[in-house]
Design a protein. Structure first.
Length: 281
């Protein structure tokens, strides 16, 4: 089946105009998934989890957040799509910008933000529905109802998540019958169905075997051609394998960030070197 064209799979500047820019040109306001974090601090009630974080996340690249448990990396990840807003008593100072726009600005829509910034969690969490219904869930919520459009989105998303060939003959079977690795790729496909610019992953392979982990890592290398990807991982080898940039956090502070090879071979801060060499964490 050939995926059908539909507005959700067009760049955001075409979703209103339904046109195309001249080849090689970029229209004003085109969205690329660039994230800028400035002087960002975060609290859970009276407990401060992040202190004055300044960080730029390059578009179309993979950034790894590393550091010991409780250092704030997952808190920052969840702040990028305002998922922490759902937790009572949280507050923040500072700014997070997506493509130059403050995601916390007055009138900013958190639901619309989460369509642009997809999230995949540590443990796969497919809905207790069919494979097809899992992928179609987001587009249906966003108003897509035509079956041919949904069919196209489902196929395209599963192909992008490298899962189509494994499930194409069984789309109406329960997603819960898939293996752990397949379920995690299904969750990635479900996030991709909303055509996001950014994909956040919180320890996406920690519960998977080495073969499934390799499939996820290979998938991320493919997806970074289209998306800005941010991954939290405790696996130093994984961070070194998959990321272009690495940011090391300790006790709620960003210690240093830079090119992954440089961070792993010649870190500037002795705390980074101590963590990477296993002296704590």
């Amino acid at each position: 089946m050939t995926p059908q064209a539909n507005p959700l799979h067009m760049p955001l500047w075409t979703r209103t105009s339904l046109g195309s820019p001249p080849l090689g040109e970029t229209l004003p306001g085109e969205q690329t998934g660039e994230i800028e974090i400035r002087d960002f601090s975060f609290w859970y009630s009276e407990v401060q989890a992040l202190y004055d974080v300044d960080l730029r996340l390059a578009p179309r690249a993979i950034t790894a957040f590393i550091g010991p448990s409780g250092c704030g990396k997952s808190t920052l990840l969840r702040s990028i799509n305002r998922l922490n807003d759902t937790i009572p008593g949280t507050r923040h100072t500072g700014v997070v910008r997506l493509d130059g726009e403050d995601i916390h600005a007055s009138g900013a829509d958190a639901v619309a933000l989460r369509q642009r910034v997809g999230m995949v969690f540590q443990r796969s969490n497919p809905f207790p529905k069919s494979i097809y219904a899992n992928i179609a869930f987001g587009p249906r919520i966003n108003g897509v109802s035509r079956r041919d459009e949904l069919d196209g989105i489902v196929e395209t998303s599963l192909r992008r998540a490298a899962l189509w060939d494994e499930v194409k003959g069984n789309l109406h079977a329960s997603a819960l019958a898939l293996s752990g690795g397949q379920q995690q790729r299904l969750c990635i496909a479900r996030a991709l169905a909303n055509d996001p610019e950014v994909l956040l992953l919180d320890e996406p392979a920690s519960a998977l075997d080495p073969v499934a982990t390799q499939r996820i890592e290979e998938l991320l290398h493919e997806l970074k051609r289209e998306l800005t990807i941010v991954i939290v991982t405790h696996n130093m080898q994984q961070a070194a394998r998959v990321s272009d940039t690495t940011a090391f956090f300790y006790l709620g502070r960003l210690v240093e960030a830079g090119d992954t090879q440089t961070i792993f071979t010649t870190p500037r801060d002795p705390r980074t070197e101590a963590y990477l060499t296993g002296r704590f964490g």
